[in-house]
Every structure is written in C-alpha cells, then in structure tokens.
Design a protein around this ligand. Structure first.
Ligand SMILES: [Zn+2]
Length: 162
C-alpha cells in the first residue's frame, strides 16, 4: 500500500490502480472491470497529454514491486468521462477498447540528437487479448518535437526531456 501511494502522488497524471495481478488478467482473457480494483483519481493534470493518457499501476508478477505503465487512447475517447465512470463503478470493457499499453522511456532522436522522455508502445505486457490488432490500429507520433523530422519508433506521447 505504501509504494502505491508513492506512485499515486509522483505526478499529476490520473491514476487507475489494477487490484489484481497480471496473471489474473491474462487468465480472464482480457480486461474486465471487476479487476479494476481501485477507482481513478481524477485531478487536473499539468500534462497536455492527459486527454489521451492514464497511468496504471500493477504487479507483473506476484513477487515484483508495483510497476507503472500507461493506457493510451488515440481515438478521441473522452477520458474525463471515463474517469467519472470508473470512479462510480459504471465503466464497461468497451470504455477501454481503444487503449494500448505504454511505458515511459528515454529515447534519442538520431536525426537531431534530442534526448526525450516518451511513453512508447509496450509490446510485452499482454493486458488485452487483442493487443496486436490494437497496436496496428493505433495512431503514433509521427515527428520529432525538437526538429520536426520523422520519428519511426512507436511513440504514443512525448512527455518531456531527459
Ligand atoms: Zn529530432
């Protein structure tokens, strides 16, 4: 509980805590709302990307510490409304249909050398049963925010500099 609280207050991003371990999610063959153990904590975020990004905290393995990942939507979903539905317990699986899993990383842009903090597509954490289809349908960042040249990696959002 203590480390979860620390993660929850680490930044301004809204938090959805998964109450079950990932293996339970996998066993269920997809994300169901009964496994969203804690409600989101809606708050105003300093990040402009808050309209497309929500942080999730879960254990990848029962003996591992809580780890931070992100859910990202590129389909224009109203996440403030989703926060309200999660908080009230009325969200449905369809509310997460457009989401993919991301993780925060540091990346360098080869073209200009910019060192940027990004949330990039995570292809390892099998949170949804149709991850491949989701990742193909998703819209990624196309250009480096520093130089404007094409960015080829599967970046969901640029969130800062390193
Ligand atoms: Zn660049």
């Amino acid at each position: 509980m203590k480390d979860r609280q620390n993660l929850a207050h680490a930044d301004g991003i809204d938090l959805v805590t998964f109450g079950q371990q990932l293996r339970h999610l996998r066993r269920a063959r997809g994300l169901t709302l009964t496994e969203l153990g804690e409600a989101a904590t809606p708050r105003i975020s300093k990040w402009a990307v808050a309209s497309r990004l929500r942080r999730i905290v879960l254990r990848v393995s029962p003996t591992w510490p809580l780890t931070c990942f992100y859910l990202h939507w590129s389909d224009g979903a109203d996440l403030n409304a989703l926060d309200d539905r999660v908080a009230s317990g009325s969200a449905a699986d369809g509310d997460f249909a457009g989401a993919v899993v991301g993780e925060a990383l540091g990346m360098h842009h080869r073209a200009c050398g910019a060192a940027l903090r990004v949330v990039a597509l995570d292809s390892v954490l099998p949170l949804f049963t149709n991850d491949v289809e989701r990742s193909r349908a998703h819209v990624y960042q196309a250009a480096c925010p520093a130089c404007g040249e094409p960015w080829s990696a599967s970046v969901l959002e640029f969130i800062g500099t390193t």
